[in-house]
Design a protein around this ligand. Sequence first.
Ligand code: PMP
Length: 419
Amino acid sequence: MAQLSPQLKQATPVVADRGEGVWIYDEAGNKHLDFTAGIGVTSTGHCHPKVVAAAQEQVGSLIHGQYTTIMHKPLQRLTAALGEVLPAGLDSIFFSNSGSEAAEAALRLARQATGRPNIVVFQGGFHGRTVGAASMTTSGTKFKAGFSPLMPGVVVSPFPNPAHYRHYGWDAEQATDFALRELDLVLQTQSHPADTAAFLVEPVLGEGGYVPGNERFFAGLRERADRHGILLVVDEVQTGFGRTGAFWGQEHFGLTPDIQMFAKGIASGFPISGIAASEAVMSKAWPGSQGGTYGANAVACAAAVATLEVIQEEGLVANAAARGAQLKAGLEEIAEKFDAVTAVHGLGLMLAVEFTDKDGEPDGAAASRAHQHAAKNGLLLLTNGMHGQNVRFIPALVVSEDEVNHALSLWEETLSAVL
Ligand code: PMP
């Protein structure tokens, strides 16, 4: 009898039967409050009626129309709809299926457009599991260990992560000074600007711990990129489509990319991703370098169009900001009662609670205990952080005030039980 790879071990014991909004129902009919959203994917909640209807209708007319063979209407509609929400000037779009593929596409384009080999990435970033994307990932060695050689041409520079740099007594300003000075040193000593194709950065470190960057850091990247003809690639795979309480995470910092990656929240669960750039940059891609059998699947495109409409019609970006503020305030209030919980960070509905031990070191074991206990108690969460020291909360953007309050009471019960 076949079985799943032992590596595909579920983080919770739930066997899902169906999902509705922020709730998952298991085979026995028990309800679980889902604050994982399929790792930030089901933006409009599980099985939003409008998304379901759009997908069902599309399934009956055309499931797959390979996009370099034929054009199909959902793809035309999605391209037009993204044009309404992408930053001005990023009006040329390539579609793929996963965040990792978007990272690979951004990498290929940056190298082809500049003719330069190197990519500067920022400590704690996560960009995916394919070999190129894993080579650019620094949120944990577990994502890149044991299958070397990895892709050459990647140089790592610090991200201004106050939670990390507090160990040196630095605040956010000092961490930012350090990160920008080190970046200059990287360009001086490791990757000559004329050899540097791109800076690749997340607006908020995702798997790395829900650590927002800041305006001065990103302005520093933009200025150096412009000065040296380096492309600024922003990975909005996790932060996009309203997750942070703004449509794109970059909006919090006035950050404008040359190449933007997107995935996850775009289609409420259907696999679709891509990159956007200006026509001038995108036209530098070499023939044959963009394509794929499944990219921009017709059902996924129809679901994405419906998702974008729901986000707009239901004011989900504003809801993410309001419910995010409520959740953050509640998590902070609870954190005060427990010595082991030292910080709550993130933006909008992308929040992480950090655990530290009595020596002030990241405590992955405590985070894991809390995560497991919460799941048994009906609250589904995930962990993250470079040491697995965070429990993170990423509910669908449709989450209500009552549902946030319910999650907070389950969380407080959980911490009382495990700490
Ligand atoms: N970039 C970021 C910022 C992500 O959060 C992720 C997934 N967690 C990826 C890339 C990779 O996406 P995928 O798992 O769809 O390949």
